[in-house]
Ligand binder design. Structure first.
Ligand code: GAP
Length: 511
């Protein structure tokens, strides 16, 4: 774990050094848990958005996208349940004065038992080699069964207490499990309290409850309130989806771990409206689609796992997270929720407007059920960045920092470089750049030794470098260097667009 956390520190400093992510308002010493995306970061972020938007909207005839306002009528949040129920159960340690989410403390405690099971499996694999039958081992090994029973017992108690808002029960569970504060090591806990996560402000110049509005804590509600607008104007037929990318705000108590948990962040959400009774089929469908979208990026299949929710949100009848192996361990990256007809029905009730769909095949009106896919853009950014960052040993005491970003997501696709600043090489390089820049985000660099320029591009994640040398002037060829293999190949200049295009295209990811 320590090594992984050091890895996070290295990633944060790399992100700053190369213009991916800066602490916000840094000249004023920053604002806690708030970050700005720099020149490379905003390109990477835009490419992630584009991959998501294309996969969801462009590749599905029955999904369209919208861009709703951040401010919404305050009744929206009464209807959605966020005013009354968007709370975190918090607990303070009296010795360290640190505040924690009670459910996270319990989840982390359970993770210890899961890790013990994993270790036992690994030991078994080592001992029995090819003869090892993991399924049988998991079903019969006494240590595994004991730890599994402990996990199940905690899960049941969590469901009973958190699910019923029994805060005293949550406190008792923490005490019974002997959970200690990671800072002070003590069990000197306060009682568990609920804390609402929405930011509020006043509309116009009059203060007071009448003008109180909220910064949206999720983009989903902008989709629900527009359900009929889109359905009617787009002549959409159930099943259909509405997608949206936008900012969301939560007054997180424990905002930390770089861009993993922030108070201002971006979500990419899609609500898929289906016939009542068909929601489980579509829930499974979207779980499958979304994990496929992730795995296509090639960040490592073992870096993903599903985690089914024990404590369901107030609107869901099934929910799972796609967890990613971040530098801090496996954590939630995306949520897939079966939200029933809760939101639309609530909005019907609070607005007094019907939000129903007439199904011509069934010849009946109904409020559709909803499957939601919801991914944090910033978390996706961290997943991509952290799994791509490597310090590679080059032998003879040399190292290079390289970002093996999926080429389709890389901020710059190609760097164009003249070998020297004279003999007409810069002019030739500029000519190439001026042709390629219509199709690819290119960067020009003529400063310093070639090797150093290559290293800088490796650290920025640029998949290809084109070097213009004296031979280029004679036969219109250049060398193209691959970031990952560091191999160089001589190719004709008029083939460059095709060669690069094939390698950096998003099409392969989408197919
Ligand atoms: N509309 C459903 C919804 O908002 P959620 O699980 O609360 O569900 C969805 O959030 C996703 O948004 C999470 O999986 C995570 O990636 C991202 N997210 C949530 N809170 C975040 C925060 N404070 N900072 C960064 N990303 C966050």
């Amino acid at each position: 774990m320590e090594q992984k956390e050091d890895n996070l520190k290295d990633i944060i400093s790399h992100a700053k050094e190369y213009g991916f992510v800066f602490p916000s308002s840094e000249i004023y010493d920053g604002l806690s848990a708030t970050y700005d995306y720099g020149q490379l970061g905003s390109e990477l972020k835009n490419n992630i958005k584009s991959y998501w938007w294309k996969a969801m909207v462009q590749m599905h005839e029955n999904i369209v996208g919208i861009d709703a306002a951040i401010f919404m009528h305050p009744n929206t949040w009464k209807a959605s349940g966020h005013v009354d129920a968007f709370n975190d159960p918090l607990i303070d340690n009296k010795d360290s004065k640190k505040r924690y989410r009670a459910d996270v403390l319990i989840e982390e405690h359970m993770e210890k038992y899961r890790n013990k099971i994993k270790k036992d499996v690994e030991k078994g694999k080592k001992r029995f080699g090819d003869d090892f039958d993991e399924e049988q081992f998991l079903a019969t090994n006494p240590n595994v069964l004991r730890n599994q029973a402990k996990i199940e017992d905690i899960e049941n108690r969590m469901r009973e207490t958190l699910g019923n808002g029994d805060l005293e029960g949550v406190y008792n569970l923490i005490m019974d499990l002997g959970i200690v504060c990671p800072i002070s090591g003590s069990k000197n806990w306060t009682e568990v309290r609920q804390f609402n996560l929405m930011f509020s402000t006043e509309l116009g110049s009059v203060a007071g409850d009448a003008s109180k509005i909220y910064l949206r804590p999720e983009t989903a509600q902008g989709i629900f309130v527009n359900f009929l607008n889109v359905q009617k104007t787009g002549r959409m037929k159930v099943p259909f989806g509405i997608a949206q990318i936008g900012k969301a705000f939560r007054n997180e108590i424990i905002a930390r771990q770089f861009i993993f948990r922030m108070r201002e962040f971006e979500q990419m959400e899609m609500q898929f409206f289906v016939r009542p009774g068909e929601e489980m089929k579509w829930y499974e469908y979207w779980k499958e689609q979304r994990i496929h979208w992730h795995k296509k990026l090639g960040l490592g299949e073992d870096n993903y796992r599903f985690h089914d929710h024990i404590q369901l949100a107030h609107y869901a009848n099934a929910a799972a997270d796609i967890e990613f192996n971040f530098p801090m361990g496996f954590k939630e990256l995306e949520g897939i929720h079966s939200r029933t007809d809760f939101d639309l029905k609530q909005h019907e009730e609070h607005s007094g407007k019907k939000l129903q769909y007439f199904d011509p095949e069934l010849n009946e009106n109904y409020v559709p059920f909803v499957i939601e896919t919801s991914i944090g853009l910033d978390r996706m950014f961290l997943a991509v960045l952290s799994s791509s960052y490597k310090m590679e040993d080059l032998g003879e005491g040399k190292q290079r920092a390289v970002l093996s970003l999926p080429p389709a997501l890389a901020p710059y696709k190609v760097a164009v470089m003249p070998l020297t600043k004279k003999d007409g090489l810069p002019e030739k390089a500029r000519e190439i750049m001026d042709t390629l820049k219509f199709d690819f985000n290119c960067i020009y660099d003529e400063k310093g030794a070639a090797g150093r320029r290559y290293r800088i591009q490796d650290a920025m994640g640029t998949p290809y470098c084109i070097m213009v040398d004296h031979q280029s002037l004679e036969d219109n060829t250049v060398t193209i260097r691959d970031r990952d293999t560091m191999e160089q190949e001589r190719v004709a200049i008029d083939q460059l667009a095709q060669i690069i295009g094939e390698k950096v295209s998003m099409t392969t990811l989408l197919k």
